[in-house]
Design a protein around this ligand. Structure first.
Ligand code: SF4
Length: 377
């Protein structure tokens, strides 16, 4: 064990590290500036258990109903060897529907490592013929070559020194000359619009799969650009079960995920500023844990509620700070960190710090306008 690994093991306690998945890796990008989160996730701490132990249990996650609905929709879309899915994907990519398709189910049996090896072999066998150049994508594929759809292939990615297994819903090969990750989600697209938060989460999660698939090709000596940065997202249309496909460009998300994974790889740098006796072991005494967590800086924002199990603890800790209301609110309040100070300045308190003068003038004006509006009302 390296020194860093020993420290991380001491931080999380006796338990083995919690393994990441695409959802948790995607969530890492939600608050990349939070040291507390990077250390806890890097150490593989059981954050739901930790949150519960300090008295602020996590309250998010998919309901059983949503999971069942998602599984049913995915099974419907993939029925008949993916015939309808192939038509949807080909139409969205603007290529003809191939006459022949090979469907490979990689989702069952074997342990994850064996599945990952088998997936890697079959995926690389589906590479376009030699001579193909990623900058010049072909049409549906070479004549006589069937399209290939891989159901639940097992991919891998290194996260904070751990190998994490990842399972996209589907990877399509030989369509548009590249590999395409296909994600099937059960949230609806109503009048061509999906819930922006769900869409953003799907894009980041898909970017994780694209990254993993690109690393697989690179490891096997192939050009990673053979994996498209365009992901096909399949959702129910309006309030029906009719599937509709959209293209998501995940280039920006790829950069964000890569940057955060690189940061996780440099945990020793982050750990240099973490107290030597810092513990997040869910078996420790709650008061010890609260004191310990307080010594590692967090950067709470309302987005944490949807992406980090420690959100209610951090929100409680951040009460009285403008940052807890979100970055736009904090900026609108002149960048002042403390709610009490904002109220004091708005109430006309004398400003001693020249850097606060402009913010104080704006806050006083806002307070006067609000008072006028209330009086008029
Ligand atoms: S909930 Fe807390 S630990 Fe998690 S990302 Fe937000 S501030 Fe960081």
């Amino acid at each position: 064990m390296t020194d860093t690994e020993q420290r991380l093991a001491a931080i999380r306690g006796d338990a083995p590290p919690k393994r990441h998945n695409a959802r948790t890796i995607a969530a890492l990008t939600g608050n990349p500036g939070c040291t507390r989160r990077a250390v806890l996730d890097g150490a593989g701490v059981d954050k739901p258990a930790l949150a519960e132990r300090v008295g602020f249990p996590a309250r998010f996650g998919q309901s059983r109903f949503a999971i069942t609905r998602g599984n049913t929709f995915e099974a419907q879309v993939k029925a008949d060897g993916g015939a309808e899915l192939l038509r949807l994907v080909a139409a969205r990519l603007g290529v003809p529907v191939p006459a022949a398709t090979r469907w490979t189910d990689l989702g069952d049996g074997d342990d994850p490592a064996t599945r990952a090896r088998r997936s890697a072999t079959l995926l690389t066998e589906a590479l376009p013929p030699s001579g193909y150049h990623p900058d010049e994508p072909t049409g549906a594929g070479e004549p006589g070559e069937p399209a290939a759809l891989f159901d639940h292939p097992m991919l891998g990615l290194a996260v904070a020194g751990q190998r994490v297994h990842l399972e996209p819903d589907l990877v399509a090969a030989r369509l548009g000359g590249r590999f395409h990750v296909v994600e099937i989600k059960s949230f609806p697209v109503v009048d061509g619009q999906a819930d922006p938060a769900k869409l953003a989460a799907a894009a980041v999660q898909s970017a994780v799969y694209v990254l993993a698939l690109r690393e697989l090709l690179t490891d096997r000596g192939h050009d990673p650009r053979l994996v498209s940065h365009e992901v096909v997202l399949v959702c129910p249309r309006d309030f029906s079960n009719e599937p509709v496909a959209h293209l998501l460009d995940v280039r920006r998300h790829l950069l964000v995920v890569r940057r955060q994974l690189d940061r996780m790889d440099r945990l020793d740098t982050l750990l240099a500023d973490v107290p030597a006796d810092f513990t997040a072991d869910p078996a420790a005494d709650p008061a010890t844990l609260v004191g310990s967590l307080a010594r590692v800086p967090a950067r709470y924002a309302p987005d944490c509620l949807a992406s980090c199990e420690l959100a209610y603890f951090c929100r409680h800790e951040a009460r009285g700070q403008t940052g807890a209301l979100g970055r736009p609110v904090r900026e609108a309040l002149g960048g002042i960190a403390d709610v009490a100070e904002v109220l004091a300045l708005a109430g006309g308190e004398t400003v001693t710090d020249p850097d606060r003068a402009e913010a104080a003038a704006l806050l006083r004006t806002a307070a006067r306008l609000r008072a006028d509006a209330l009086a008029t009302g």
